[in-house]
Design a protein around this ligand. Structure first.
Ligand SMILES: [Zn+2]
Length: 275
């Protein structure tokens, strides 16, 4: 009896132990299943996407002009050495190399001079504008060193006439007329174009049908509006809705599509070369 009771008790104890073990194993399996489900739930993956998302798309708006659907980063055109003349950067901190005199030719059946390598594109642009019933005219293109010096001195005088000191007039003049050696007109790749019916060099020029057409179409001929609205800080020059600069079709298209100015294109180019 004693032995039998003992065996029964022992048997019950064993069954209890077995139950506890089963319960333990079941709990471990349940825990594992919960873990697997937790890790693979969609929310976990999605949470990572926005974390990297804004960093990438945060860069894009400056380089992508509202073309939000484009997933690919725009490819910055890098010109081969023999075409680097097209993107020569001339501004207050980048003067032309000494003795830079490109081969020139006359354009648009006028006596205005332009770099011979870009002249035909300028002719084509003006010809096509006229075919649209417009009347654009060049009022300035290539300038020699002497000519730029004269223009600058005249501007200093004009500023002095408003009551500024010579120093202040000198500094102010630099924002209106490029300091000799730092004018794009000395590259032979720039033309000031106005509407024949509205030959004023001020903001109102932008409202003419001629400028509207030129601003919308110039990139097709390799030109950009060199000093666009809202970029004075980057270019150092006031808004000039008449000053067109040849950079070649590829770069003109990139700059236009991405809402850049030439300085910003160069910044991107240098960043790319340093990467
Ligand atoms: Zn100009």
């Amino acid at each position: 009896m004693q032995e039998t009771r003992h065996t029964r008790v022992q048997h019950q104890k064993n069954r209890k132990k077995q139950n506890i073990r089963r319960l333990f194993v079941a709990a471990v399996i349940l825990l594992l299943v919960v873990c697997v489900v937790w890790i693979s739930r969609p929310g976990t993956v999605q949470e990572e996407t926005p974390a990297t998302g804004p960093a990438v798309s945060g860069v894009e708006p400056t380089t992508n002009d509202g073309d939000g659907d484009k997933q690919q980063e725009p490819q910055i055109p890098v010109l081969p050495e023999e075409e680097s003349w097209k993107i020569v950067l001339v501004n207050s901190s980048h003067a032309l190399p000494d003795g830079y005199v490109p081969e020139m030719t006359t354009v648009d059946n006028t006596s205005f001079q332009f770099d011979i390598r870009a002249a035909e594109d300028l002719n084509a642009m003006l010809r096509d504008a006229r075919a649209e019933g417009l009347s654009p005219m060049i009022c300035s293109s290539y300038r020699t060193w002497e000519r730029q010096t004269t223009l600058f001195e005249k501007q200093v005088e004009k500023q002095q006439a408003t009551g500024l000191s010579y120093e202040d007039a000198y500094e102010k003049a630099k924002t209106v007329v490029a300091y000799p050696g730092t004018s794009e007109h000395q590259t032979g790749l720039t033309a000031d174009i106005v509407a024949t019916s509205h030959q004023l060099l001020d903001d109102s020029q932008a409202d003419t049908a001629e400028q509207q057409w030129l601003m919308a179409n110039c990139w097709k001929y390799g030109f950009i509006l060199r000093y666009p609205l809202g970029k004075s800080e980057e270019t150092g020059i006031i808004y000039e809705p008449w000053h067109y600069r040849y950079v070649g079709q590829e770069v003109a298209q990139y700059i236009t599509e991405n809402g850049l100015c030439l300085e910003e294109y160069w910044q991107q180019l240098e960043a790319l070369q340093q990467a």
